[in-house]
Design a protein around this ligand. Sequence first.
Ligand code: CA
Length: 231
Amino acid sequence: MSKKVLVLEDEANIRSFIVINLKRAGYETVEAGTGQEALDQLRGNPDVNVALLDVMLPDMDGFEVCRRIRAGDNHIGIIMLTARTQEMDKVTGLMTGADDYVTKPFSPAELTARIDALCRRTTGEPAAAADPGEISCPPFLLNTRNRTLEKNGQRVKLTQVEYSIVKLFMDNIGKALAREEILDAVWGKDYFGEVKIVDVNIRRLRIKIEDDPTNPTYITTVWGYGYKWGF
Ligand code: CA
């Protein structure tokens, strides 16, 4: 099955460089030069698997585009393209709902590796036949067939990455998980980004699931090591 990638980049030469390399790697591409164009393209192409969003754009910034995409779609994978000098962008981007970031200048190989990894995660593996389809962990109920989470019967909107993190915790209730272990399990062993991405995703997840995100009781921190579900 062919994978479709939206490339949002206002600089035409960078955009065509990315597009040429993605096509060579077997991806279908959809292009946009402004934030508004990207949102329009996504409406016309609901089968896009991954969106690459540049941060500096003429109309709105890439974070705003990300926010607007996430307001309506939690299934698509989002990768921010950030400049090396914009260190803070990474955290901001992930907090607005991006799954990953790639720092410019990047190699075509690095970019396609990130997209491949994200495609694998967002597609997900079908539940095994013996899978009961639900993990109950009051007040939470995780449905592993349609990859959704409920808290007190209310749907919590999660990205596919956030879902994978919750699933990992619920498969390991009460067990301390090292940050590297979470990175390997959710992002894949071939992921070569930074472990910090785990912390940022957990910060975002806590805002969605904790009663008080500043005093988390579900995803607790194991200092100097990682995280754990419960105490
Ligand atoms: Ca730009």
